[in-house]
Structure formats: structure tokens, C-alpha cells
Design a protein around this ligand. Structure first.
Ligand SMILES: NC(=O)c1ccc[n+]([C@@H]2O[C@H](COP(=O)([O-])OP(=O)(O)OC[C@H]3O[C@@H](n4cnc5c(N)ncnc54)[C@H](O)[C@@H]3O)[C@@H](O)[C@H]2O)c1
Length: 277
């Protein structure tokens, strides 16, 4: 992906650039955009001459303001990437996201790509395929924070005419690691391609796209992927023989719902069967 930068391409801010997905996108985008600003509360190492590094906590409005200055598109990855306490989720996933969106609006940034999650809809029954028309059904405090980010994005499109893509990322891994990930996996190349499409596609208003590879067993449909031009190329099926047996027992909440193990955490079965602490 390391083509020469073009004036037609946007100036991009990556938040959470020190994290797993951030490092993947940083490598993929190095040298591609006229500006690639890498923001995180832990230091990031620059890879290319057009990289800019900003270290700070996005909860701080002055950090958010500095991060978005002279930027055209934000890819917002920063946050707690799994279930945690409200003491962690509220500031890092909700308040910091508000801080960033508000700074973006104030600075005239036109586009935000938000790292949402399949856990925004995790408590839907895994026996049925999911699109984007079903109501949200978060499976965790973490999932609620992603629903919040999606709602914030929707409002910024409707009220402020911005373009916002919410990527409901599945399981970002080098390779799939269990039977669930035969459907939910997104490989590194596809993750970078999905983010590139969301950054570079002509204005699309509001979009929700599942962040998954072209897995033969995928259960999530993304009509908006076409509008963004996302055509995944990787497929978890290559690991099927090895991974099929790595699965929770049938009836376990981790098997019954789209969100997998997140659904088993603190789960009290409303039917009174198989309660888990
Ligand atoms: N990895 C996955 O499979 C997956 C799946 C679905 C969604 N996501 C989402 O994608 C995003 C990136 O995930 P990841 O796996 O790279 O996570 P990660 O934990 O590796 O990276 C997140 C980064 O955000 C930074 N950060 C957290 N709070 C911050 C704050 N207040 N200010 C500044 N920086 C802050 C952290 O320092 C970290 O480097 C997250 O929002 C996550 O919820 C990831």
C-alpha cells in the first residue's frame, strides 16, 4: 500500500496508534497520506518522514484539539478493547470519544472512521445471521460504549453533515484462533484495506460495516461495504480442520450468541438454565 502520497488523499489522524490495530494500519499507511498523525497515550515510533507523533490522553480536550488540527479524516481506534469496569470504559471509550468528536467538529474535520465492535450486537442469537438493520443488543459495558460511539456518529452525520463509518470489527488476529473466529476473523491485510476504503471512498454519509474477512462461515452481512468499496480477500476457512474442535459446549452462552465469550461474562440465563457467575 506504500504508494507515493497524493495531494488528493486526505491528511489522516490515527488514534490508538500504539495498539494492535493501530500498528497494523501504521505499517500499511506509512508514506501513503500527505500527513499521518499517530496519537496515543503511550509513545509511538515514526516509520516514515510524513509521520507525526502525538503522545497524550484524548480525555484532555487540549490533546484532542492538537490531535485533530489540520486533519481531514480521523480513524478513531483509541479505547479499552474489551470488557472492563465502568471506571475504565466510561472515560476511555465514551468521554474520550466525545472529546475527540467535539474537537473534530470544532476544527472542521469532515470524516471519522470509528472502531466499533460486533459486541454492539453481541446478544443476538447466533443461530440467525445478522445485518445492520437489527436493533443494537450490546453484550457488555464495552459493547454499550460501542453503541454509544455509533449513535454519536449518526448524530454528527445528521446534525453536522459529516461522513462517519462505524466498523463493527470482529476478531482482528494474525490468524483465527478458535471455531468462532472461523466466522468472525479479520486478517491484517483486510483490516488495512477496510480502513483504507473508509478513509478514501467518496462521501458516503453514515455507514456501518462489519469488519470481517471473506470467511466462508461469516454470519454478518454488510450492505454498506459496497458503498465503501470494501472487498475482503482473506478467508479463515484455511484453518477450519484445526480449529473446529475449539468451541464452547452447545448451550453455553458463549456458543448461543454472536458475541461469544463476552456473552458468558456475568450472564444470568433468563430461563434459569446454566447460570454463570
Ligand atoms: N482487536 C480486535 O479484535 C477488535 C475487535 C473489535 C473492535 N476493536 C476496537 O478497535 C480499537 C483498537 O483495538 P486494538 O485491539 O488495537 O486495542 P489496543 O488496546 O491494542 O489499542 C488501543 C490503544 O488505545 C490507546 N488508548 C486507550 N485509551 C486512550 C486514551 N484515553 N487516550 C489516548 N489513547 C488511548 C491505548 O494506549 C492503546 O495503545 C479499539 O477501539 C477496539 O475496541 C478491536
Amino acid at each position: 500500500m506504500g504508494e507515493a502520497p497524493s495531494a488528493a488523499l486526505p491528511r489522516v489522524l490515527l488514534t490508538g496508534a500504539a495498539g494492535g490495530i493501530g500498528r497494523c494500519l501504521h505499517r500499511a499507511f506509512a508514506g501513503r497520506y500527505p500527513r499521518l498523525r499517530l496519537a496515543d497515550r503511550v509513545p509511538v515510533t515514526a516509520l516514515h518522514g510524513s509521520d507525526e507523533v502525538l503522545t497524550g490522553d484524548l480525555l484532555d480536550p487540549s490533546v484532542a484539539a492538537a490531535a485533530v488540527r489540520d486533519i481531514d479524516c480521523i480513524v478513531h481506534l483509541a479505547g479499552i478493547p474489551k470488557e472492563n469496569t465502568w471506571e475504565q470504559i466510561l472515560p476511555n471509550n465514551i468521554v474520550a470519544t466525545i472529546s475527540l468528536f467535539e474537537a473534530a467538529r470544532g476544527a472542521g474535520v469532515r470524516r471519522i472512521v470509528f472502531a466499533s465492535s460486533n459486541h454492539a450486537v453481541g446478544y443476538h442469537d447466533a443461530a440467525h445471521a445478522l445485518g445492520i438493520e437489527q436493533p443494537v443488543r450490546p453484550d457488555s459495558r464495552y459493547g454499550v460504549s460501542k453503541v454509544f460511539g455509533e449513535a454519536l456518529g449518526r448524530m454528527y452525520v445528521d446534525k453536522y453533515a459529516m461522513t462517519v463509518a462505524c466498523l463493527r470489527i470482529g476478531s482482528f488476529r494474525e490468524r483465527p484462533e478458535d471455531s468462532r473466529q472461523l466466522s468472525t476473523w479479520i486478517g491484517h491485510c483486510d483490516m488495512a484495506e477496510l480502513a483504507r476504503c473508509a478513509i478514501e471512498a467518496p462521501d458516503y454519509g453514515f455507514a456501518i460495516v462489519y469488519g470481517v474477512s471473506a470467511n466462508r462461515r461469516a454470519k454478518w452481512a454488510s450492505p454498506d461495504a459496497l458503498r465503501l468499496g470494501y472487498r475482503p480477500a482473506q478467508d479463515a476457512e484455511a484453518w477450519a480442520a484445526e480449529l473446529e474442535a475449539i468451541a464452547p459446549p452447545p448451550g453455553d452462552p458463549a456458543a448461543r450468541f454472536h458475541g461469544g465469550a463476552f456473552c458468558a461474562l456475568e450472564y444470568l440465563d433468563p430461563r434459569g438454565e446454566g447460570n454463570k457467575p
